[in-house]
Design a binder for this molecule. Sequence first.
Ligand code: HEM
Length: 519
Amino acid sequence: MRKEVCGRRLDWKEVKMLFIPALIVLLGLVFYWIKLTKTSALFAANIPGPRSYPVIGSAHLFVGSDEHTFGVVCALYRKYNRIFKLSLGSKTVLCLSDPDLIQQALTASACQNKAFFYRFLEMDYGLVSARYNDWKVYRKLLNPAFNQRILISFISIFSRCSETMVSQMAKEEEHQKPFDVLHYTAQCTLEMVCASSLKSDITDDPQAQDVCRWIEKIGSIMSSRLFNVLLYSDLLFTVTQRFREMQKLRVKLQSVVDPILHGRRKEIIKQRSQKVGIDEEETYRKPMVFLDQLLNMQRNDCDLDMQEIENHLYTIIGAGSETTANQVAFILLLLAIHPEVQSRVYGEIETVYGTSSLEISSDTISAQRYLEQVIKEAMRLFPVAPLIGRETIETMRLGDFFIPAGVTLLINILSIHRNKELWGERADVFDPDRFDPMVYEADKGHPYRFIPFGGGPRNCIGYRYGMFAMKIMVTQVLRKYQLSSPLKMNDHLRLSFAVTLKIGTGHMIRIRQRTAGVQ
Ligand code: HEM
């Protein structure tokens, strides 16, 4: 018998010669797989978890829509109330819902590597996914880029982008139909983050809208790999249509961003050679965009290389825009569902800003205390980064368990924020008064029961930036419009997860322009 391989006919003897080594390799792989899963799961023998099968583990539970997957994850967190194990392919993932265990996991230096799925972001040098040792250097370098003075310099950008968003929303008023407000907040925050990262007038660029769309699409392709065990392999992912699409988008993105990056680098090198100092006064007035700061950063007396700078920029843009956009969409939806809370926020806006044009400053933002309570309560009920993960770097003790190096820990922020043992029987109720500083202090709750920006050393570097941006966006919208919604708190909102928290119903609101005195 003869077989044809690469156009040449092989006789049976040759087929056998190929088949036997292939069989040996296959058996070797199966053996290696079984050993890998066994050794990785041995330490977790006493930890409960859902049923797991050879090769796939518990991955079968997650087959279905994003909504189904997230529903299963949350149900598991509710069922096992402290810790449980989940097998995903060859990986054993420990899922934590106890605030003490979460605090230990987020603060111990033995577990500051990010979980395996952060590698899907393909930003090895960016803060979000960098390995612990590299991260320590970068975080120290980047911390000053988010200081109060620089944030204040961004207020003009935040205000300008929010004003544009508010005027673009006007067309929704005409038809009085409910619309998903995320459509507007997403555009607005991408513009804000691009303007504070690349160049402050990027929004005037005709290609700005395209840049925003491409970044959004790349993010959604990356996140689609998380619960799809088949796409964990880079090899398999590279043969998919999604990978090809992502590569195309990256090329387009680089064609716009690279000239800005290289142009700025040339200017900064020229300024340095002419010894042009930084005008202190100027830095208060002119936004200090992240790109300029990164180009001026030095590690061991050397500039960062271009790939590092690109990774940091894309990480900041990706981490800062989608989170803030989704969070603001949830805040506006909650305000639309709760008219009494909306009136109080609007009343505070009138008190702080009067009826003249909005003069937003860091002082007025700090004076909006009730709005801050509302934002915190929205972040408690709908934390937009609901799942975060770490990997142990060395053996560590976690409660009663000894966890070896290389184990993934998965923390569900949403379930801890809605845990009735930590938040009382009304945990599912939207009540901004629970964040009244006096009430919150008196409550003496666990410090890790509220962690919308993560916790420990790898918490969110942009949390103050995010708070500023959210307060300005909500203020601009409420100042102009009164909000209502066809949705109710106890409707099934069909939550799901794709890097950020998503809602199947959409953040549906209606807007009506305020006339003086309307609240
Ligand atoms: C509502 C707004 C935001 C939320 C809810 C949020 C949430 C988070 C969370 C939970 C983490 C921790 C991730 C982990 O533990 O793996 C994180 C990290 C991070 N966030 Fe944010 N974020 C927000 C806004 C921003 C903004 C505006 C920026 C930048 C402009 C930003 C940049 C980052 C970066 C760079 C990290 C990685 C920090 C590190 O590992 O050192 N975030 N964020």
